[in-house]
Design a protein around this ligand. Sequence first.
Ligand SMILES: Cc1cc2nc3c(=O)[nH]c(=O)nc-3n(C[C@H](O)[C@H](O)[C@H](O)COP(=O)(O)OP(=O)(O)OC[C@H]3O[C@@H](n4cnc5c(N)ncnc54)[C@H](O)[C@@H]3O)c2cc1C
Length: 388
Amino acid sequence: MKSDFTYDLVIIGGGISACVFASKYLKNNITKKIALVEIGRGLGGRSSTRISKRFKGWKLNHGAPNFNISNSKNNLLLKSYIDELLENKFIKIDDSDIIFLNQDLNSESQKKSEFSSGFNYFSLDSMSQLSQNIIESNNLKGKIDFYFETLIVDLKFNNNEWLLTSKNGDTFKSKYLICSTNLLLHKRSLKILNINEIPLRKAIPINDDKKIDLILNFLEEQSFIPRLTFLIYTNENYSYKDFYSKQQRYFYLGKNLENKYKFERIIFQMQDNNRLGIVVHTKNIEFINSYINAKNKEVFKQKIITNFNKLFEDNSVVNKLNFDDEISIMKWRASQPSGIAVPLSLQFSRKYRIGFCGDWFEGEGFGRIEGSILSSLILEKKINCLFK
Ligand SMILES: Cc1cc2nc3c(=O)[nH]c(=O)nc-3n(C[C@H](O)[C@H](O)[C@H](O)COP(=O)(O)OP(=O)(O)OC[C@H]3O[C@@H](n4cnc5c(N)ncnc54)[C@H](O)[C@@H]3O)c2cc1C
């Protein structure tokens, strides 16, 4: 049965940017009626955790495993928010080993990746739990209505009100709309949602709002990096060669090694059940296509183990895998935006009462959690001043 819902503000998306925005907004506007609509089964988006029914007790961070804050410009808004997360014990400094493997398979410990510069943090629990903790802080959870497994496919702005329609026909009316994803603004929506016009363009005609036109123009030039992550559920005898007690351990591959083995980064994640999970990331397009086209996915999985074992053949801390270790694969169609970032000055339109946040905005956190958090904090400040 289809339902109609009415709110003061609706947020599309349930990733970390939506959670940061919602928690800050509600803290300052406790009487407002808010809904968060997310196509996934829970919060976290691209920084979430696979909690498998098949592999009980395992929690593998299959998107962002942790996050780094460069904040080289000393943005105080960002700094004080990170301090707040630390004080609340939602995150802690990540002092895990970061090992860069170079061409000769030697290890170096310099920080060379976009994902490790500055200060590194990880969630005290899983990455999905971080988004939940952010929402639950200050007892705000009960103040938001959550609609999971709900995909918004259409937007309309009529009589000063937003009307959102989901794939199954539910409608959401709201005075204000926040898009924490740019799917409904970007041409990739045409294929993904099987529609003829970009939903935001359909809702707001060209030449009606300069900011909206500009944002859509910028997004014409934004593309996305696809990634695969291989989640390896090692068998019970698997461990490191050495004694290592920290929760995670990161191996980054230099360009030549990445070309040879097709892996970008390998993250060892110690589980509560003392089993060692391994998440392997790849963004090598040929490798991704060979997975998509592989008739026999099991043969492909064996290739992953073969490559892993060759890479770590003589490594002093990593043991080889067995061919009976279980692997599941996560396909990220759009793991990170790339190319042109959208200027923060276009983050909201007063005329249409719509705001945007996420990692697709300009700044040193572009394409990372740092950018998602900062854009949400900035948006909330702007909206608090202007949307009252
Ligand atoms: C494999 C991988 C590794 C990464 N590694 C790192 C890292 O090491 N460090 C780092 O900082 N960042 C990393 N990132 C990037 C990081 O995950 C993102 O920058 C961050 O999680 C983005 O958060 P967000 O809230 O802006 O967007 P998202 O997490 O994408 O949230 C948007 C949400 O909107 C939902 N949604 C979209 N369209 C609709 C719709 N029409 N209706 C309903 N719901 C919708 C989506 O399901 C999603 O949950 C990685 C990403 C991936 C995938």
